[in-house]
Design a protein around this ligand. Structure first.
Ligand SMILES: Cc1cc2nc3c(=O)[nH]c(=O)nc-3n(C[C@H](O)[C@H](O)[C@H](O)COP(=O)(O)OP(=O)(O)OC[C@H]3O[C@@H](n4cnc5c(N)ncnc54)[C@H](O)[C@@H]3O)c2cc1C
Length: 175
């Protein structure tokens, strides 16, 4: 890639991988990247300078951008897993933890309907278990009044601050 980019901020998060991870992927594509941050990677003022951030692709509530959010978030989940495979041992770090994600609603909503529709269209694995099945599998969860459950098995959690620090370590410093 030909060109120079200046990137502000550090996000490790699911849908867009802003900040430091945008810089990391731009650099990987061959771009020259300058990162600007007043307080450094993963600082406590940053929204990504926290312990964890969820990674999921249930974005049926994003209006005209719902498909893009779903697609990108799903791709981001793959990228986190690939990153750990590629760098985890060498960097002695694991950033992505696949936990699955459960969504509960009292009744179907445009959010749950559109999310299901997008998952089906984009072939994102999901389940819509019966409430009784969920009650058996997760007896600690109070399901009173719940009629809709969606489960995204590929969802998970990113170690946010650690991810910012890791991206910083991997960026070339001699451009
Ligand atoms: C409580 C909370 C929970 C969230 N949960 C999730 C979640 O589960 N999953 C998810 O995907 N997203 C989640 N988000 C959203 C996500 O955290 C943010 O969208 C993402 O971290 C934004 O990243 P960023 O790199 O754009 O900005 P930030 O991480 O906020 O980085 C901004 C950076 O800019 C620097 N800066 C600010 N002003 C200046 C300046 N004048 N000069 C130089 N540097 C400056 C700061 O030091 C900071 O490092 C959550 C957000 C919050 C607040």
């Amino acid at each position: 890639m030909d060109g120079r980019f200046t990137v502000f901020a550090w996000s490790p998060c699911d849908a867009t991988k802003r900040g430091g991870w945008t810089a990391y992927y731009l650099a990987k594509m061959g771009a020259k990247v300058t990162l600007v941050d007043a307080y450094g990677p993963g600082n406590s003022r940053a929204t990504s300078g926290d312990e964890t951030r969820g990674g999921r692709s249930s974005y049926g509530d994003r209006g005209p951008w719902a498909e893009l959010w779903t697609r990108w978030a799903n791709e981001a989940i793959d990228r986190w897993a690939r990153f750990d495979e590629e760098w985890g041992r060498e960097m002695k770090v694991r950033l992505w933890f696949n936990t699955g994600d459960l969504i509960f609603r009292a009744a179907p909503e445009p959010f749950t309907d559109r999310t299901r529709q997008l998952w089906a269209e984009l072939r994102v694995p999901f389940e819509a278990p019966k409430v009784e099945e969920v009650a058996r599998a997760y007896p600690a969860i109070n399901l009173t009044g719940i009629t809709v459950v969606l489960r995204e098995p590929r969802a998970g959690v990113v170690r946010a601050r650690r991810a910012c620090e890791t991206a910083y370590c991997l960026l070339p410093t001699d451009q």
